[in-house]
Design a protein around this ligand. Structure first.
Ligand SMILES: C[S@@+](CC[C@H](N)C(=O)[O-])C[C@H]1O[C@@H](n2cnc3c(N)ncnc32)[C@H](O)[C@@H]1O
Length: 248
């Protein structure tokens, strides 16, 4: 992209449900290609499939009026499953046809073509948007806590798991920084379709120990991030520091 001076492309590696729900505006999307998505063939894994009714409903709110989804797969059972799931929402007009040429040039398309596997394709044209539009992830402003005590008295570390409505925050590791002035905690925050690994820092000031989110990795400031601050605060409190202030 850099070499060819292409500047109108954005790459995102992560869950498509997150980008569709939390990044794209209502009605902003012309179309979406889903090429050979993981079929999750086992019955107990079916809910991991991307092309299920909830995704079709969500997508209908993000697609433009004449927006579409192009689905190409080698997996006949998932193909029919996808058709039924979309059909059940009543939001799409489904057209079965030959796959677009480019969908036959992907890494997996080449593999299946070499094996002469049949390839299935349908395009789902949006008829209307679902009545309810799932909200964007809620961004939260306030993210710190203050404790009384001396951070240098904290010498050990234990993993902390904090569950909250909508997710879990797991304090995985604790480090002392090279200047000895602060502790840094690596926290994994799992929310509906967003997983972030973030750094929470606890640093000593004259008037207390401040616990806050570090900007490293450009984290999205969500409810789960606030819970991560609480999880670290709870850990510090368990070592003998006293919580003076925290925001719930
Ligand atoms: C069999 S590979 C196909 C890769 C590529 N599209 C191709 O045609 O060569 C399945 C891909 O689907 C992606 N995938 C499955 N579910 C997804 C989801 N919910 N969000 C984003 N990607 C997903 C996986 O990460 C994986 O890269």
């Amino acid at each position: 992209m850099k070499r060819d001076r292409i500047s109108n492309v954005r790459l995102f590696r992560g869950d498509a449900r997150f980008i569709v729900r939390d990044v794209l505006e209502r009605g902003s999307l012309s179309g979406i290609y889903v090429n050979f998505p993981d079929p999750w063939p086992r019955k107990r894994h079916l809910e991991k499939r991307l092309l299920r009714a909830p995704f079709f409903e969500l997508l209908s709110t993000r697609l433009a009026d004449d927006g579409w989804l192009s689905f190409t797969t080698d997996h006949e059972e998932y193909f029919h499953f996808g058709l039924e799931e979309a059909e059940s929402t009543g939001l799409y007009h489904i057209v079965r046809a030959d796959p677009p040429a480019a969908a036959l040039e992907t890494k997996y398309a080449m593999k299946w073509r070499e094996m002469e596997k049949p390839i299935f394709h349908a395009t789902f044209h949006r008829l209307k948007a679902a009545g309810h539009s799932p909200p964007l992830i809620q961004r939260i402003e306030m993210h710190h806590a203050i404790l009384d005590g001396d951070l240098s008295t904290v010498t050990g570390f234990e993993k902390v798991v904090r569950r909250f409505k909508g997710g879990t925050a797991i304090v995985l590791e604790g480090f002392r920084d090279l200047t000895n002035a602060s502790l840094i905690f690596k926290v994994r925050v799992e929310e509906t379709d967003l997983v972030q690994e973030i750094l929470i820092q606890a640093y000593q000031k004259e008037d207390g120990v401040f616990v806050s989110l570090q900007p490293f990795g450009d984290p999205l400031s969500t409810r789960g991030v606030r819970e991560a601050v609480h999880a670290v605060t709870d850990f510090l409190a368990s070592t003998g520091l006293t919580v003076r202030q925290k925001w719930i």
